[in-house]
Design a protein. Sequence first.
Length: 466
Amino acid sequence: MLGRRHFFGTTAALVLIFAMLAAPASAKQPVKGASSWSSQVAISAVNQPDPTRGSQLSDVAINASGQAIAAWDQFLYSNGGSASIGAAVASGGRWSTPFTISSGGGFSTQPRVAVGADGTMAVSWVSADATGQDHIRVAVRPAGSSVWTTSTLATFVPSGVAITRVVPVGIAANGDVTAAWNVWDGTKNVVQAATKPGGGTWSAATTLSSPTADALYFDLAVNARGDAAVAYTMSPYSGYVAGTWAEAVSRPAGGAWTAPVKISETISSAVGYVMNPVIGLDDAGRATVIYTGTGLEATRQLADGTWTATANPIITTPIQGATFTSPDLAVDGNGNAVATVAIFDPTINVDRSSVYVARGAPGGSWTAQQRLTDPTVPVDAYATRAAMSQAGGLVLVGWVDHYHGTVQVSRFANGSWGAATTIGKGTAWSAFQEQLGLSAGSDTVAVAIWKNAKTGTQTMGSMFSG
């Protein structure tokens, strides 16, 4: 599920003047035929440019039948400004005419999407109204229907630290939809969730985070059976005394949520922070979680319910002042995993970001990290994304090379990562504004979307067929 994630604060810290180097990057071009990416197509209208200090976000998901849903922010700057959520659906490799899906009024942003094996689709967003309230909204289109129904799952007055809130969604094979979000309760951030059975109505919200947790960053995963899990980390802004750590909760299909369990070490604010959790579930409902701490770290839930020991850095760097951005994780049905992150090197005469990966086994061990971008070529890579099919036959990592204005994907096959394939061109105006969505529906079906900001902002897409 989680076709794609956006992380709070990590890339925004890179609003820098990037030094540009000169040599071209080498990458394979997409080739028509078996196991190839289609030519890029525009799936949205040409919308307004990104704001100077922000980025219009997007997300995409696809199922094994090739049914896909994509959504994106649509900002307007006239008449006081406004924002809505645009969307398009795809079937048989063809995208529909784009449409505005957000309703209920308000300044609607931060879309997330999911699609189930039966074709049920969901799009979520957060709407801010003129009274200062935020509304958590999810639109669902049942399998076999063309009608979207939007529900408001929570309303609250935001306060505390100003963050970009999101509402991750996941859909079981039978069409049950689960959504998670966090709200400000007056003293702290509280993670909540609700579920809509196929053909039914939304449940009441359930609070997932522990009573004293200020759960600022979080993520949701749902598998085909309907098991769900959420990982969250403590706010570094309120955790400067106690430090920060990660906790997780889970729910079997049709069951109740467990009590929170601590799954990471505690990092003192004098040293750093535990942040940016990403969670994935295998077919048995066992979770893998990555987070930024001492580098990119990982922990794996074992068959007896315990978690592998932490701290467990799987991707690190000796570079002073390096920044880890856009960490992502994909997990297949057997519990195999791939983690990726972009690491920005601020060294004088380098000033660029590179892609790193590591692969995890069901037992919790990880391979040595590997750099996918060529250090001898001035690739400046952002918006790293990972995708794996449920059966594990398709393993992908993608990124945006901001220096060359290209979108690239590498596939792991026959024991090694292949050369990067350029699947599209035309990317964001600034490096920190780059967006990439990547989702694998089966061993032979995948989709990617990104933005072209050369004239306004337009969402582009490409389909993989193998």
